[in-house]
Design a binder for this molecule. Structure first.
Ligand code: C2E
Ligand code: MG
Ligand code: MG
Ligand code: MG
Length: 288
């Protein structure tokens, strides 16, 4: 009986592996077609100044819908793009679409884009990004590049040279997902970061876990000593927002401020904001 069960389990395992492989192949082939067609598109997540409540910037997040599989999560398609060498093309395509739209938006807004550590192996990365800035007419000093720490930082000399070229143009640099994975305090000094983003896992447990609160407080303190503003990711409620504001965290983002928006959604949001402040001015004028 044991042998039979074992064989069945093995057969099932085979079948599910085959299914998984087929799905992966379909996603890989789908991506290969979708990227050059600009079907991997930018969505935007609001970045809010916690002291004033003002919108300071937007983080670009890639979104993709496969014709048969529907919406595929970045945590699924980004690794596939990395393993198949498509990540540079994907990120640059999303960046180009985002900057093309964003050049018409309020000039106070920063646009933050995500770069895979894999892209830091490309000696021409800085030139490619600078070319995109020239082509789209988006100002370099309003672009922020987010880098996640990784073992691939092993090629630190190349990463430093790429980042140096970008910073020479005025592009800003953020350390993403701080506190997880391969992070180490040494990384804070290895590259000239302008900002540190606390990983969502600490923010999510801020209200329940004294340890998370201590870690977030320590990171904010470290940031203020090093003159590095801190962004908190993954704020889902007002209580967490207040807590972070009290701790002295500079910027926040997360679902509390709404889900990431497509280009048209951002346009509508910005128009509404202008309407609101316009309306307030009119109301004041009426009252006066
Ligand atoms: P990330 O840069 O750390 O982005 C934050 C992730 O957290 C996003 O997931 C966002 O949708 C999610 N998030 C934001 N606020 C909340 C919240 O309040 N609660 C929860 N539960 N989640 C929240 P997403 O869009 O699935 O992206 C995952 C990762 O994929 C990103 O992590 C980024 O590293 C990567 N990625 C996204 N777009 C690109 C791209 O164009 N190029 C590259 N290289 N990587 C990208
Ligand atoms: Mg990010
Ligand atoms: Mg990340
Ligand atoms: Mg992050």
């Amino acid at each position: 009986a044991a042998k039979k069960a074992g064989r069945n389990r093995f057969a099932w395992f085979d079948h599910s592996m085959e299914h998984e492989l087929r799905t992966r192949n379909e996603l890989e082939n789908g991506l290969r077609i979708a990227i050059p067609r600009d079907e991997v598109i930018p969505y935007f997540e609001q970045q809010i100044d916690l002291a004033t409540g003002r919108l300071t910037g937007l983080e670009v997040l890639a979104r993709w819908s496969h014709p048969d599989h529907g919406a595929v999560a970045p945590d699924t398609f980004i690794p596939i793009a990395e393993e198949t060498g498509m990540i540079a093309e994907l990120s640059l395509s999303v960046m180009r679409q985002a900057l093309t739209a964003a050049r018409h938006w309020d000039s106070s807004l920063t646009i933050a884009v995500n770069i895979s550590p894999w892209q830091l192996r490309d000696a021409w990365l800085a030139q490619k990004i600078i070319k995109l800035l020239t082509e789209t007419g988006f100002p370099a000093n309003r672009l922020e590049v987010e880098i996640t720490e990784s073992a691939l930082f092993e090629n630190m000399a190349l990463a430093q040279s790429i980042v140096g070229s970008l910073k020479n143009q005025g592009v800003r640099l953020a350390l993403d997902d701080f506190g997880t994975g391969y992070s180490s305090l040494a990384h804070l000094r290895a590259l000239p970061f302008d900002r540190v983003k606390i990983d969502r896992s600490f923010v999510a447990s801020l209200n329940d876990s004294p340890d998370s609160a201590a870690i977030v407080t320590a990171i904010v303190g470290l940031g203020s000593s090093l003159n590095l503003p801190i962004t908190a990711e993954g704020i889902e409620d007002a209580r967490t927002q207040e807590r972070l504001r009290a701790i002295g965290c500079a910027v926040g983002q997360g679902w509390h401020y709404g889900r990431p928006l497509p280009t048209t959604g951002v346009r509508r949001l910005l128009a509404e904001k202008r309407l609101v402040s316009h309306g307030r001015r009119e109301a004041q004028a009426d009252g006066a």
